[in-house]
Structure formats: structure tokens, C-alpha cells
Design a protein around this ligand. Structure first.
Ligand SMILES: [Zn+2]
Length: 246
């Protein structure tokens, strides 16, 4: 794995054509992932969870992300599709910016989109934050999600509620990478006290994920223990450990 360190993001190539941008800033923001040169046409990149534009400490998250992506030789203007694991602001605030720049499509699960337009919207306004405006082009459903010509990247979508009602995780069988959003972290699980969250749902979701053959687990946030979990044994051990919280 090749790590490149920037002030607030650490870039890591996780597989051929798949990059992680690991948030290292002081305030809150999510990790972002990028499939490069996947889609046909002028905007071939697919981004997972672009994160905040600016976080609660005033860090310019999206500007730094654009720089980090640029340092790897790619442009955020060439993003054609945004996948959101869920609709919390720290994962999707920058959707609106990317859509404005490049006309990218957005997708998330239908359950999450309904939550976003109701309780999620109320949660944001309670927090004094504006919800980003975007219209999903299609909804993610449990099952296969094939990206690009000749199904270049074949993913499996899992609907994994508990942290948010329509959270999704993405499994990439060819590389055995699992993108978990805020469902499971290194040594920890996602909060279940947000509207639409629930511990029993999270338990079911994590049980389902722990059945998969995973070599590399990439979560939506770092914890005090770390970020990316490498190696099947370590991933299994992490599932066993986090089940103690459930
Ligand atoms: Zn979240």
C-alpha cells in the first residue's frame, strides 16, 4: 500500500483504480473513497461519501480533498457518480458542490432518501445546518451494483440500518474490500442515537457483514485504534470485538 500524507488527508491506494482519502484533520469529517476511470464518458470517476465542504472547526475539507485527489493525478471535476453510504452531513454536504461542478449523478438507498427528506432535514435544521440539495438519479438496492463498461467494477450493496435507516455498505468481491460507512469501525460501531437509528438493527446489519470474506475493511471514520483493517484475521477479530457492544 502506498500512503501519501497531506495535512488533513492521507491518500492510500487500496486496489488498482481505487483510492482512499483518510481524514486526518482535527474536526469531524468522513473518509472518502474514489474509483477512478470506471464510467464511460467524460466524467469517469465514482466517489463514495465526499464529506463536508467545511466542518465545525472551519477546516476546508472539500478543498483539501480536491487537492489530495489532484496529487494522485485525478480531478474532482471528472466525477460522474456520487455514492452516499448514508445522508448525514459529514458524508454528503459536498454532494451539492460536486453536482454543481460536474453535473454528477447521486445515488443512495431509497430508505435513506426518505429519511433525508423528513427526519434528517429536521435534524439538520435543529443543528442549524442547511441540508445539501441533490436529487438521486436512482436508488441503491440490496444486491449487485455494476459500475462502468463491461461491469468493470462489480460491487455488492448491503442495506445495513442501525446508524441511519438506509445506510449501505459496499462489498467488492474481486478485491475482498468492504466499505462500511458508519456501521462498523476499527474497534467500534456507529452511533445508534440519531433519529432512525437502533441498536437491534445495527446488530443484524453487523451480523450480516461479518459473514463476508473480507480482506480489507475500510470504515467511514477513524477511531483511537486506527482506520483501515487489513488481513482477514484482523477483520474477523474486529467483528468479534465490536459484537461485544451489541
Ligand atoms: Zn453518520
Amino acid at each position: 500500500m502506498v500512503y501519501r500524507s497531506l495535512r488533513t488527508y492521507e491518500s492510500v491506494q487500496l486496489a488498482d483504480g481505487f483510492y482512499g482519502y483518510i481524514w486526518k484533520g482535527n474536526g469531524n469529517n468522513c473518509n472518502t473513497f474514489l474509483f477512478v476511470d470506471v464510467l464511460r464518458g467524460e466524467r469517469p470517476h465514482v466517489i463514495i461519501d465526499p464529506g463536508y465542504i467545511t466542518n465545525e472547526l472551519g477546516e476546508n475539507c472539500f478543498d483539501d480533498l480536491a487537492k489530495a485527489v489532484g496529487d494522485d493525478g485525478f480531478k474532482v471535476d471528472d466525477i460522474g457518480l456520487i455514492i452516499n453510504t448514508h445522508s448525514h452531513l459529514d458524508h454528503c454536504q459536498a454532494n451539492e458542490l460536486i453536482v454543481r461542478k460536474s453535473g454528477a449523478w447521486v445515488t443512495l438507498s431509497q430508505e435513506e432518501d426518505e429519511f433525508r427528506r423528513t427526519s434528517g432535514e429536521r435534524l439538520n435544521s435543529m443543528l442549524g445546518a442547511k441540508s445539501p440539495e441533490f436529487t438521486p438519479l436512482f436508488y441503491l438496492k440490496e444486491g449487485e451494483l455494476n459500475l462502468g463498461a463491461k461491469n468493470k467494477v462489480r460491487l455488492e450493496v448491503f442495506i445495513t440500518p442501525g446508524h441511519s435507516p438506509g445506510s449501505i455498505c459496499l462489498y467488492w468481491p474481486d478485491t475482498r474490500i468492504l466499505v462500511t460507512g458508519d456501521v462498523v469501525f476499527y474497534g467500534s460501531i456507529g452511533r445508534t442515537d440519531f433519529p432512525g437509528g437502533g441498536l437491534s438493527q445495527l446488530k443484524k446489519s453487523i451480523d450480516k457483514l461479518s459473514q463476508l470474506d473480507v480482506e480489507c475493511l475500510v470504515p467511514g471514520h477513524r477511531t483511537e485504534y486506527g482506520n483501515i483493517i487489513n488481513g482477514k484475521t484482523n477483520v474477523q477479530r474486529n467483528f468479534q470485538a465490536v459484537k461485544l457492544f451489541l
